[in-house]
Design a binder for this molecule. Structure first.
Ligand code: 0O2
Length: 207
């Protein structure tokens, strides 16, 4: 049994993972409540869908190793901010910033980090708004602050990221360089289209 397999076989590991699952549910509920409320006052809902996932055991191990960090429960909590992940898909770019602002202004939400890959896209064309937030989760005997990575992006950015993500796992793709170039071009077209769609929406709703 490897060092990490021994950790994952413990009850403490199950408890920690249950806490991350609970944190995901808390953040999802906050987002769903915001969306329900905003849907009453606007033509369409700002959030088109919400996805969530807890990082797989193997990915937790690989990330700790990659970072050169200790393999332990304490190290998972200290060094990994994305064990709990929530992805919010919005129709329009301005909804991304509105949803982000409304979430972090809640007084039990602490903003730990922001990475705005919309204003500063990655070299490959990746765009998305990332936040690490910390929220208190209440259990039978204690209150635990838990970290959750929230990624907010448009439907179009998500479409692009899903396809690009496949490149990460396929190492034998023919003409990989050409595909990366093509993906970058698509990312720029998508960003342009997202902005044009936003302007059209503004024109339609202007009185
Ligand atoms: P998965 O399967 O989605 O969990 P790191 O996590 O160390 O790679 P960092 O700085 O901690 O990087 O986080 P960052 O840059 O905010 O982004 C992490 C997550 O954002 C990734 O998680 C992806 O979900 C997404 N992401 C970031 N860059 C790209 C990209 O170029 N293409 C795509 N498709 N997604 C990206 P994971 O852990 O890689 O994967």
């Amino acid at each position: 049994m490897s060092e990490f397999e021994k950790i994952t076989a413990t009850e403490e590991f199950d408890i920690l993972m249950m806490r991350y699952d609970s944190a995901i549910r808390e953040v999802r509920t906050k987002l769903e409540i915001l969306n329900n409320e905003l849907s009453l006052t606007s033509v369409e809902s700002p959030i088109s869908s919400i996805e969530s996932r807890r990082k797989k055991d193997r990915s937790i191990y690989e990330k700790l190793k990659r970072q050169g960090n200790e393999i332990s429960l304490e190290s998972i909590e200290e060094n990994l901010n994305d064990v709990a992940g929530v992805r919010v898909i919005c129709s329009f770019v301005d909804d991304i910033y509105n949803v982000a602002r409304m979430l972090v202004r809640q007084d039990d939400v602490t903003l730990i980090q922001v990475k705005d890959y919309i204003k500063n896209p990655k070299a490959n064309g990746y765009r998305s708004y990332h936040m690490i937030v910390e929220i208190p989760v209440f259990f039978s005997n204690e209150k635990k602050p838990m970290r959750v990575e929230v990624q907010i992006r448009t439907v179009a950015m998500n479409f692009w990221a899903s396809l690009e993500h496949q490149m990460k796992y396929k190492h034998d793709v023919e003409k990989a360089e050409q595909i990366m170039k093509e993906l970058k071009a698509c990312a720029d077209t998508i960003a342009d289209t997202d902005m044009r769609m936003l302007k059209i929406r503004e024109s339609i709703s202007a009185k």
